[in-house]
Design a protein around this ligand. Sequence first.
Ligand code: PNS
Length: 161
Amino acid sequence: MTKTAIYPGSFDPITNGHLSIIRRGLEIFDNIVVAVAINSDKKPLFTTEERLEMIAEVVSPYPNVSVDSFTGLLVEYVVSQGSNVILRGLRALSDYEYEFQMALMNRRLSRDVQSVFMMTDYKWFYISSTIIKEAAQHGGSVGALVPEVVEKRLKQKFAKK
Ligand code: PNS
């Protein structure tokens, strides 16, 4: 039996930290679906299509990783994909409270779905999509922190603004 994990998030944009979790997740799971949440309350920098394109390019070397988007409840999406695992990365202590809250809520919503956390690699401990956007917006170099395609797209995005 193959085991599929759903790796959900905003991915606005995908970072090397996310990519590290995907790579390491593949050591545990047979397949990973990177699932971009469409949330009308948030104002993302990149459209859903742009985020999906960037992720698809970055994960193209991994045949067992696919990319998708979803609306509504994550646990329902997980089950619809024939999975019962939510994969999340954990960075600094500050992530813990939010992740704990989400995991417990998801557990309340579905007892059939398990949340699995992987500790981020120390190299990516301090990075987030938000802090990368902040640096890139002011012309800071983020090349070592995001895949090449993302660095290029960030430059294009902020050049237009
Ligand atoms: O990358 P993010 O923004 O931390 O990801 C958050 C995400 C997308 C995993 C979370 O907001 C989510 O699961 N959204 C779907 C709606 C849902 O199921 N909410 C109830 C669980 S708290």
